[in-house]
Design a protein around this ligand. Structure first.
Ligand code: COA
Length: 300
């Protein structure tokens, strides 16, 4: 193979993004480009984390990565998530994506990354390359949403504003055992197939407050995260029910919110094993990935 792996230039991205949009968004009957959906990934600041493979002067394969801090009770880890692994349809099965993944990971490792993670419904492709499947994620589904018993008007519903974001980050630091801190740009993320994301906020201050992050596509509400004082959960849930005919909920099995939802709503739960991990440092080999849950909202 005469392939070279390098970070993407602006010109690469201009050529690649339409193909990747077709593969990952439009070709699946969804709308809104990757650039708009993942503003913290496809931006100038993150270009050093987007890798391409060039063969005979042509880019044939690409992947995006995004660095993050993973704050655990005893330690802060340096992680990277990987997404949008892509090879041009005519060049598939030549080993390009596998080679690109390996080289990209080598570079992330050299840059201090201790583990990488991705979410896939094609685990066999990554398992051959040494990735480990481990996930404590669950999906709750409620087909016919009942009329809420709680009164409305107690919850603020808005796209994320800087002041709300600052407060939500403080609530998260106060409540979450493990945490992926988010920047303002991260709150601009729009996971497919959502067309908008609402932030629902209840209560005041930090201790007496709770929030929910909800993606919306048509009549469907997708709960990505509900955190804070459980006293606020019933009002947040009522607000979600008011706005949607069907609700999906992504959460970690046994979390405070998931336990509350399991007890108080008709959501039917199933395991959702999508995460695959690759430890890069000796410490990461014993990290216990099966207990780590990275919220759906953060994933690329
Ligand atoms: C998945 C994808 C990136 C693989 O790219 P590629 O350059 O063809 O991959 P490679 O040539 O490095 O690897 C191909 C090998 O992986 C295997 N493979 C490919 N897709 C696979 C899958 N879904 N499950 C299991 N194995 C798979 C092939 O059998 C092949 O193995 P072989 O050489 O022993 O026959 C490419 O098919 C693609 O762009 N698909 C559409 C986008 C996508 O689904 N991306 C993954 C999102 S998680």
């Amino acid at each position: 193979m005469t392939a070279t792996v390098r970070t993407a230039t602006l010109a690469d991205l201009e050529r690649l993004l339409p193909q990747m949009d077709q593969q990952f968004v439009f070709g699946k009957g969804r709308s809104i480009s990757l650039e708009e959906r993942f503003p913290a990934v496809y931006c100038t600041e993150n270009r050093a984390n987007i890798f391409v493979l060039e063969e005979d002067g042509k880019v044939v394969s690409a992947l995006a990565s995004k660095r993050f801090e993973w704050v655990c009770p005893n330690r802060i880890w340096s992680g990277a998530m990987i997404g949008m692994v892509y090879t041009h349809p005519e060049q598939r099965r030549c080993g390009f994506a596998s080679y690109l993944l390996d080289r990209a990971i080598e570079r992330l490792y050299a840059d201090g990354v201790e583990f990488v993670v991705l979410w896939t419904d094609q685990p066999a492709f990554y398992a051959r390359l040494g990735w480990i499947a481990a996930d404590c994620g669950v999906l709750g589904v409620l087909g016919a949403v009942p009329s809420p018993s709680e009164p409305g008007g107690n919850v603020a519903r808005a796209p994320a504003h800087a002041a709300d974001i600052e407060r939500i980050e403080l609530i998260r630091r106060h409540r979450c055992v493990r945490l992926l801190p988010r920047s303002e740009k991260d709150y601009g993320q729009l996971p497919p197939p959502a067309k908008t994301v609402d932030i629902l906020l209840w209560g005041g201050g930090i201790d007496h407050a709770a929030y929910a992050i909800v993606g919306v596509v048509g009549q469907v509400g997708i709960l990505y995260e509900m955190t804070g004082n459980p006293e606020g959960f019933s009002l947040l849930w009522a607000d979600m029910c008011r706005g949607h005919g069907r609700i999906l909920a992504n959460d970690m099995k046994g979390s405070t919110a998931q336990s509350w939802l399991a007890e108080n709503t008709g959501l039917a739960w199933q395991d959702k094993p999508l995460a695959m991990w690759l430890p890069l440092s000796v410490h990461a080999e014993t990290a216990g990935f099966s207990n780590w849950y990275i919220p759906y909202f953060d994933r690329i």
